[in-house]
Each structure stands twice: as C-alpha cells, then as structure tokens.
Design a binder for this molecule. Structure first.
Ligand code: BEZ
Ligand code: FE
Length: 291
C-alpha cells in the first residue's frame, strides 16, 4: 500500500480492519473511518483545525472524572445522545417516550414511602421554590395498573443546581418510589426550574461559539422500572417553560410536557400535608411489555 490518494486512504484503513473478528465492531469502526475521512475531505480540514480538534478532545478528557462527564455533555449538545436514545427506544403509540439520561443520575437513591417530601433539608434562602405535589401511576399500554414498579426521580433544587454539583456527598431531591396496588406513586417536591448545563469546560466554549443560551427547560428526571416491562428513562417537563423549544440537548417531547396546576383548596392541602396553595402535576407512565 503506497502512494495512496486522498480518496483511497479511507479504503486502505478499512481494508486493514478486515481482520476484526467481531462483525459488529468491524462494521461500526469501518463506517466511522469512512465518515471521518469524508468529513475531513468535505471541509478540506487544515492542519491548524486538526490541531484545534485534538486540543478540544484532550481538554474534554482532562476535565472529565467520576462525576463530571464532559464527553457525554458533548454528545448531548451535538444531539447525538438524543439520536441514540430515539433509535434504541422505539415504542408503540401510547407508550411513554424516553429521553436522555443526562449526567446527574446517581445510582442508589433512597427508597421513600409514597407521600414523602423531597424538599426536606433543602436550603431555600436564595430561591424559595414552589411546593408541588406529584401524583402518578405506572400502567400497562392498555391502562392496567402495575403494582411494585419503581419510579426513580431526581431534579435540581430551586437554586438550579443538582446535589452532585456541591462539594459534599449529601443526596437531595432524589428518591425512589414503589407503586401501590393501583399502580400509584406520589410525593412532595418543588416545581423544577430551568438551568444552564455546565459551561466551565470545553463544551461551554463550543456553546459560546454556537451562540446558544446553554439552558435546559425545567424538568423532573424519572426512570420507571417494572418486572416484565421495558424500562423507560424520561423527563417530566412543566408546560410554559421558555426553553421548551430550544433545549440545549434536544430532549423535549410534546407528550412529556404537562401542566403543573394550582390547587387552592386549603382542605386538600391539609389532607396531603401541603402548604396552601400548591401546585399539582399528574403524570402516568405507560410501559411496554418485554418481548
Ligand atoms: C440534565 O438534564 O441533567 C442534563 C442533560 C444533558 C446535559 C446536561 C444536563
Ligand atoms: Fe436535568
């Protein structure tokens, strides 16, 4: 293999990969090389641009650690995470749609009894937060309740930060709930707020170049899991958020946008142990049976 032309170089690399035994790995790597070369040829990549790209990826690796995953953030702002999610979670009409996991999920949130209060211990001196009652069900596609399903939820505090963005290890605003015989789960929280994705790393630089606001519309993250059903990783978005149509990570789906409605009855507030007035959101998960 000598004197390879610009056009032939990709083929030469792909031919060298012919020895990869795993069919899938060979296919994925060959396509990656084909598209990477096509990209470089299309833009006539200069040496300075190539160096800039290498530096960008180096910084992306250097800032990443056990809790900071800048590569996932890069994939998110390029829309790749949303694409991979969409291709891997095609579901029948009526099933709850999935969306991106994001970088702030923590394994092992405490399982709390239904009715628990996620706002306990949250410092609200800077941002008071709007008391919210979340009421939902986990159901089959035809609307039958699933008992014993687990709904794992997490969200930012009213100060627009996740607990893992603090220096300590304390968990806040995250828990798991188990559905009752009616498939129901319920808890007290704050209405989620919109927040900026981390911008102090190389991806922040990319966002400045793009000129985007770098904001995510408010959301509660949720993972619903039930034996015999496909797990769904998703968000609950409050209607009316100003960033719903310009989410930095392209993760909004209309069916996940719901009203957080005011409840003004002091009797209902008292029965639920809520202040009056408060907001209520109803959200049902509809899961697809495992094949
Ligand atoms: C999040 O929703 O937590 C998130 C998702 C993608 C990038 C940054 C944050
Ligand atoms: Fe989030």
């Amino acid at each position: 293999m000598r004197d390879l032309s610009e056009e032939r170089l990709a083929d030469a690399v792909i031919e060298r990969m012919a020895g990869i035994e795993d069919d899938r790995a060979r296919r994925v790597l060959s396509a990656l090389v084909r598209h990477l070369h096509a990209f470089a040829r299309e833009v006539e990549l200069t040496e300075d641009e190539w160096k800039l790209g290498i530096q960008f990826l180096t910084k992306t690796g250097q800032i990443s650690d056990g809790t900071r995953q800048e590569f996932i953030l890069l994939s998110d702002v390029l829309g790749l995470s949303a694409l991979v999610d969409a291709m891997n979670h095609r579901v029948p009409e009526g099933a709850t749609l999935s969306t991106v996991l994001g970088p702030f999920f923590v394994e092992g949130a405490p399982e709390l009894a239904n009715g628990a209060d996620l706002t306990v211990g949250v410092d609200t001196s800077m941002a008071p937060g709007e008391p919210t009652w979340v009421n939902g069900h986990v159901l089959t596609l035809d609307g039958r309740p699933i008992e014993g399903a687990i709904v794992d939820v997490w969200q930012t505090r009213p100060d627009a930060l996740y607990d893992v963005q603090d220096d300590d290890d304390a968990m806040q605003m995250r828990a798991r709930f188990r559905t009752d015989a009616e498939g129901r789960f319920y808890f007290r929280t704050f209405k989620p707020v919109s927040y900026p994705v981390p911008k102090d790393g190389p991806v922040g630089g990319l966002l400045s170049l793009i000129g985007g606001h770098g904001m995510r519309p408010a959301h509660i993250h949720a993972i619903a899991t039930a034996e015999g059903y496909r797990q769904v990783v998703t968000h609950i978005f409050p209607a009316g958020d100003e960033y719903l149509d310009s989410d930095t990570v392209f993760a909004v789906k209309d069916s996940l946008v719901v009203d957080f409605l005011p409840v003004t009855s002091p009797e209902i507030a008292e029965r639920l142990g809520m202040p009056s007035p408060f907001l209520q959101v109803d959200f049902d998960f509809r899961l697809v049976r495992n094949a």
